[in-house]
Design a protein around this ligand. Structure first.
Ligand code: GLC
Length: 614
């Protein structure tokens, strides 16, 4: 969480108390004012005291989350807005850490200009580092972290990310995705820690990383367990599709990671766009209220996905009926990026006509305000710029490099062609993914979809190879392999997927390498030099027909900015320890293919080679 130094703390409380007490109010209000602004009081009392003073519109404002670009002038103050988000790629200009802090502080001051001074909670998708910010450390996407089988490492990544988020002002990250990806055709497979519930459950350690042992400590950022529930189990791996499974399977496969996150005290849960047996999750009162809130005991608040309530009736936009269905299902805050004024008016009408009870409105507000008090937002509402220096720091990048190395999965190593000798070697590097930061960071990087090119500071895989090469070793790079000849000792082809996010990454048809990559590899093979393929992808690909022609294969996943971690494994500075978090298909026709389903994969779940000590 972002914080001002303690001295401001005292001044903050004193001045806020003075203002609140000076305002014309009844004796009860004065007592209430004293309580809700007094950080020594129990949070529960502060919430009740504040709630008593709030008008219906103030309560509706707390339940509304616009996109930052959709609020202008004094909208936040006038409409009592309680939260804002930066959607993927929604960044200030310039996109610098300082500009982020200035931006969020600007919005926060508008919220503090309201009579009750309820601070904003600002959310971002910091899903593999603070990935919207140029210069931030970008960690491997979750599928690579699942390959590490290292929850302590993942907790450290959460902590490092929380520090970078804190310095730039936001208070809330829409992470981790705890999806259990059952069909690799799904465009969000890379956001999953793995195909079995044990992996995302294990990696809820990142929740503790984000939030700290207790909310409100140093650099404490509210985490989000998403997308509840079953987003990774849709038929055909269609993003936002229909998860057609029994309740028993839903509970056995998709629910456990959310139970684990609740047990870790996760502060928010985001609802999935997907449906369960034909009913949109955003309208599922049984799963949201009865199961998540009552059975699992989730005491934080539930947020919709981006325009998620619009999908309940299958028509564009939202209706009063959809607003009522979503709120009565148990959604406490609605991510309504653009039509937020219409949402507030609609919900007001639904309360006034009795379709939504005040008890439900108050329950939603209690949940939201409890997290704001626990985060310490009332005492320290502005960015804690002391953490700005952590953004992209050497320490965080070293952690990311370690994570990259631990995430590499060695799948083939004929005649121990790996590890590469550091000294006295002659190495040829090729492939469209070898020297491209945008490609190796993937989606959710600087922009929503991600993009190729030099999008943010980092080390490409090629640069890592060059940095790790030792004495009397030459490294030659040619993107398409032109120039290779038999004088080289090894050829490294770094190939794979171009960046994508969400439904843009769905692969309903083939899942093979693209023709560019196949041509590059063929050119290398024709030289007679041993070919080592490094695959930069967000999921297993259909490569079984090609594999026999390769001397070695290492899956690098989507490593992020610290590509040298890949080279660390190629040169044996880190022995490969990664294990597949997803079953590797023998053919795309096998999808979905998962552990224990009786199909014969190319590589089974948990597979991974290492180096034999020479
Ligand atoms: C997106 C995603 C969700 C993200 C949200 C805010 O559509 O489904 O994962 O947190 O919108 O960007």
């Amino acid at each position: 969480m972002h914080r001002s130094p303690p001295r401001t703390l005292a001044l903050g409380v004193a001045s806020a108390l003075a203002v609140a007490l000076a305002a014309p109010a009844s004796a009860a209000t004065q007592v209430n004012a004293g309580v809700y602004l007094d950080s020594r009081k129990p949070v529960k009392d502060r919430v009740e005291a504040l709630l008593k003073q709030m008008s219906l519109d103030e309560k509706l404002g707390q339940m509304t989350q616009p996109e930052r670009q959709a609020v202008t002038g004094d909208d936040i103050t006038r409409y009592r807005i309680g939260s804002l988000l930066s959607g993927g790629g929604s960044t200030p200009t310039p996109n610098t850490p300082e500009a982020w802090a200035d931006m969020t502080d600007g919005f926060q001051k508008q919220a503090l200009a309201t009579p009750l001074k309820i601070p904003l909670i600002y959310g971002v998708d910091a899903v593999h580092g603070h990935n919207n910010v140029v210069g931030a450390t970008i960690f491997p996407h979750n599928i690579g972290l699942g390959a590490t089988r290292d929850p302590r490492l993942v907790e450290k990544i959460g902590r490092a990310t929380a520090e970078e988020v804190t310095g730039t002002g936001p208070d809330w990250s829409f992470a981790p995705c705890l999806c259990v990806a059952r069909n690799d055709r799904w465009g969000r497979t890379y956001e999953s820690f793995g195909e079995v519930p044990e992996l995302p459950s294990m990696m809820t350690s990142i929740v503790t990383g984000f939030q700290g042992r207790k909310l409100g400590g140093p650099a404490s950022v509210l985490a989000t367990a998403k997308h509840y529930v079953g987003d990774g189990g849709t038929t055909g791996g269609v993003d936002q599709g229909n998860t057609q499974v029994s309740e028993a399977e839903l509970r056995a496969v998709h629910l456990p990671p959310f139970r684990a996150a609740v047990q870790r005290g996760v502060g928010s849960v985001m609802i999935s766009y997907s449906s369960w047996n034909g009913v949109k999750m955003h309208g599922q009162q049984y799963l949201i209220t009865d199961v998540l809130k009552k059975e699992l005991g989730f005491s934080g608040f539930v947020v919709s996905d981006y325009n998620g309530i619009d999908q309940i009736d299958g028509q564009a936009g939202f209706t009063p009926a959809e607003v009522t269905t979503a709120i009565n299902a148990g959604i406490d805050m609605v991510m309504v990026p653009w039509d937020w004024k219409k949402f507030i008016d609609t919900l007001r009408g639904e309360v006034q006509n009795g379709h939504v009870s005040m008890a439900r409105i108050d329950d939603a507000n209690r949940r939201i305000l409890t997290k704001k008090f626990e985060l310490g937002l009332f005492e320290r509402p502005l960015a804690d710029r002391s953490y700005l220096k952590t953004v992209g720091s050497a320490q965080h990048r070293a952690l990311a490099r370690q994570a990259v190395a631990e995430s590499q999965v060695l799948l083939k190593n004929d005649k121990n062609v790996l590890p590469l000798r550091r000294d006295d070697n002659k190495i040829f590097v090729a492939g469209k993914s070898a020297d491209d930061i945008g490609t190796q960071t993937g989606g959710w990087t600087i922009t929503w979809q991600g993009q190729t090119g030099n999008v943010t500071p980092g080390t490409t895989i090629l640069q890592g190879i060059e940095q790790n090469a030792g004495k009397r070793t030459t490294v030659t790079y040619s993107k398409d392999g032109t120039g290779i000849d038999h004088s080289y000792k090894a050829a490294v082809a770094v190939v794979g997927e171009l960046p994508y996010a969400e439904f843009m990454g769905d692969r309903p048809d083939g899942m093979s390498l693209d023709p560019t990559d196949l041509a590059t590899i063929e050119k290398l093979r024709a030289s007679g030099v041993p070919v080592i393929v490094v695959l930069v992808s967000g999921r297993p690909l259909d490569i079984s027909a090609e594999l026999p022609k390769w001397n070695a294969l290492m899956e690098a996943w989507l490593p992020g900015t610290e590509g040298r971690g890949v080279a660390d494994v190629l040169f044996g500075l880190h022995r490969p320890t990664g294990k597949l978090p997803d079953t590797w298909m023998n053919s795309v026709d096998q999808q979905p293919i998962n552990r224990g389903d009786g199909q014969k994969p190319l590589f089974p779940f948990g597979y991974g080679l290492t180096y034999h000590r020479k």
